[in-house]
Design a protein. Structure first.
Lengths: 99, 152
């Protein structure tokens, strides 16, 4: 990222590259996208311009929205089953070994 | 002594005394001579090697056959799995549309109208989490299978 440390040591150069998402097949593109954006705009502007990319990167790492979606769906399913709109509480599960 | 009269008499050597002690070597009955033992060893070994290599060839052939069969089968099974995965994604999407049609602000594939990834192209397939893949199934089904799927 664009942050420069207040003082540098050789250890920082050695270990700075270790903690990132570049080994993750899913998130590496989002991370790189965000870092490139921050590098292009710098600190004050980058916070505004790159917020979308940051949110995407964050979402990829935490899966927050995807899990919230599952919760919302489960709640709606339970509600509809309670009120008798749908006959079964759950749908049939996916086939085995398909995930 | 008073008790000596009750005891039996001491053991004595047999009549005529003990025989002489045998100190000469007694030869064993020899079935094979040294020469025939070595010749028999080579005969048995060569016959066994012949039989062993016959079996070795058969087993190698079988291994090659099975390996080729697996190589042919693997892409098919992989493709079938991917196909079933995509089909299930469609089924999930349709169930979501059907289930959430009356929920306010809900669009399929989003969280209350908010896209999951803002910068991703709309054509990009967003792989669901395992939990999201089983969103419509029961918890029991998920737990039965997630254990295995997350370990592999």
């Amino acid at each position: 990222m664009d942050f420069a440390p207040a003082f540098r040591t050789p250890v920082m150069d050695l270990t700075g590259c270790l903690i990132n998402a570049q080994q993750s097949h899913r998130c590496k593109d989002y991370e790189l996208h965000f870092y490139e954006c921050m590098e292009a705009y710098g600190i004050p502007k980058g916070y505004k311009k790159c917020s979308d990319m940051f949110e995407d990167y964050h979402e990829c790492l935490t899966l927050g929205k995807q899990k919230a979606r599952v919760q919302a769906i489960a709640q709606e399913q339970a509600r509809q089953y309670k009120e008798g709109i749908i006959p079964k509480p759950y749908a049939d599960p996916p086939k085995r070994d398909s995930y | 002594m008073a008790t000596a009269a009750k005891t039996t008499p001491q053991d004595l050597p047999p009549k005529g005394g003990y025989g002489p002690i045998v100190t000469e070597r007694t030869k064993l009955r020899s079935i094979f001579s040294g020469r025939s033992m070595i010749l028999g060893y080579f005969a048995v070994t060569s016959v066994s090697f012949y039989i062993y290599f016959k079996g070795y060839k058969v087993i190698k052939k079988h291994e090659v056959e099975m390996r080729s069969a697996r190589m042919v089968m693997f892409p098919l099974l992989l493709a079938e799995r991917d196909r079933e995965y995509l089909k299930q994604l469609r089924r999930n999407r349709d169930s979501e549309t059907e289930l959430m049609k009356n929920v306010k602000n809900w669009e399929t594939g989003t969280y209350y109208g908010e896209p999951i990834y803002k910068t991703a192209k709309s054509s990009k397939l967003i792989d669901p989490d395992c939990l999201e893949y089983y969103a419509f199934a029961s918890d029991k089904d998920y737990q039965d299978r997630a254990e295995i799927s997350l370990w592999t």
